[in-house]
Design a protein around this ligand. Structure first.
Ligand SMILES: [Mn+2]
Length: 443
């Protein structure tokens, strides 16, 4: 694999810079991938006895660069960002390293050294996330850091690069397995005992198993033990459960992919802070949603002191999203080629749109929106699924076009995109998205 060798050589150059530094300032993105990137690097720096300071942000800003310029940090490293904001990075008058997997938007490299898979023929959207890049750097700092593969894996899962793992991610996990910190088994991608786990699940979402009582009745009928962790159930029970859950998803209208993804590789991790990589991802996300970045980072450094608190945050969020999901069918509005639904709580809109288009109503893109009365603004998250994308849907284009028409801002990816615009243009915006999506579908 020539490309991986090139990427590793580059990672070694960044590692050498870091090891030679007296102080490292680390800036990373506020999602699970960004936070685990920081966690992996900070652990590696800690092990080398190099002091560091980490900041978690949503994007690089002028304010941040001014802060950095005033400090005496020697080396600054950005994770999961920096490829799309060359103008801001350029303003930093320190030695700047960038480790990012987003497609570069610069012609000449503006940082001192960039580590970006796209420069080496590696696909950054599916084969390696920022956490994987941080792992490559940490591994070059000291081969003992191979145990950090279990943390970086949680980052790859956060960026949904695990269905299935490819390229650098796959290599990283096999090193984790060799190292005894990751164990891979095929099973149900649900974590915990069935009675507590199934009613709260949103990936996938089981519409008719929203109460513990319903799950207990179902398990009783199938003669499946209720207290045992799902992936520790006897083979026979596991098979019965998979069959029944798949059938329920099919009946409620879920798309094929969310049914097949019910079963897959389950990654258990050793040496803390929790038993499964996917659980770590979700706990980090739960802290990040509450802007408790210090807690999130401590989880990503394998500290277990905040695990219970993080679980509490997750419970709280799950309650809100499940409440929204329980009324989505009655609230949804049909348009020619899209569906729209209003949410009561702004942070749920992305998840709500995504669960709806994957698990309930997969034949049209879903736009979930929140009306911000204070700002007189509408905030929208649009989600599609792979099948819609194959048929020609591009939500990034549709949303940015409609935002132009409505006097707002919008964009993102073809499958997941967002926008905000003035409240008095609420319907104008939806009409325009509907028109663009219809033309993309040729209907
Ligand atoms: Mn990322």
């Amino acid at each position: 694999m020539r490309t991986l060798r090139e990427l590793t050589d580059r990672a070694r150059e960044l590692a050498n810079e870091l090891v030679d530094s007296d102080f490292v300032r680390c800036i990373s993105h506020k999602d699970a991938d960004g936070i685990t990137s920081a966690g992996v690097l900070c652990t590696a720096l800690y092990r080398e006895g190099i002091p560091f300071h980490t900041t978690i942000v949503s994007r690089p800003s002028n304010e941040l660069t001014e802060d950095i310029n005033q400090e005496e940090d020697e080396t600054v490293i950005f994770f999961d960002m920096g490829s799309g904001q060359p103008d801001i990075i350029k303003k930093i008058d320190k030695k700047v390293l960038v480790a990012d997997h987003h497609p570069p938007e610069y012609r000449d490299e503006v940082a001192y050294k960039h580590l970006n898979p796209h420069h080496h023929g590696v696909d950054g959207s599916s084969e390696v996330s920022a956490a994987g890049l941080s792992y490559l750097i940490a591994r070059e700092m000291n081969s003992e850091n191979k145990d950090l593969s279990r943390i970086a894996l949680a980052g790859a899962i956060g960026d949904r690069q695990h269905l299935p793992l490819k390229g650098v991610n796959k290599k990283m996990v096999s090193e984790g397995v060799e190292n005894g910190v990751i164990e891979v088994v095929e099973g149900l991608r649900l974590y915990g005992d069935p009675v507590n786990t199934i009613p709260k699940s949103t990936d996938p979402y089981f519409e008719n198993l929203d109460k513990k009582k319903k799950v207990r009745t179902l398990l009783g009928r199938l003669d499946i033990p209720t207290e045992q962790e799902i992936n520790k159930l006897p083979e026979e029970s596991k098979k019965k459960l998979i069959k029944t859950l798949s059938l329920m998803l099919l009946k409620q209208g879920a798309n094929a992919k969310s049914i097949t993804d019910l079963v897959g590789n389950v990654y258990s991790i050793k040496k803390g802070p929790v038993d499964y990589a996917a659980d770590l991802t979700s706990l980090i996300n739960s802290c990040a949603r509450k802007e408790r970045y210090g807690m999130a980072l401590s989880l990503a450094m394998a500290e277990d002191s905040y695990v219970d608190k993080a679980r509490e945050y997750r419970e709280e969020y799950q309650k809100t999203i499940l409440m929204e999901l329980s009324r989505v069918r009655s609230r949804i509005k049909e348009h020619k080629s899209i569906r729209t639904v209003e949410v009561d709580k702004q942070p749920t809109k992305g998840t709500l749109a995504s669960v709806t288009v994957n698990c309930l109503l997969p034949d049209k893109p879903v736009l979930a929106y929140y009306v911000d009365n204070d700002k007189q603004e509408v905030k929208v998250s649009a989600r599609g699924n792979e099948k819609l994308i194959k048929r020609g849907v591009n939500l990034s284009k549709a949303m940015s076009k409609a935002a132009d028409v409505a006097g707002g801002r919008g964009g993102g990816h073809n499958i997941a995109s967002g926008a905000s615009y003035p409240l008095d243009k609420k319907e104008v915006f939806f009409k325009e998205v509907d028109r663009v999506v219809s033309s993309q579908l040729g209907v």
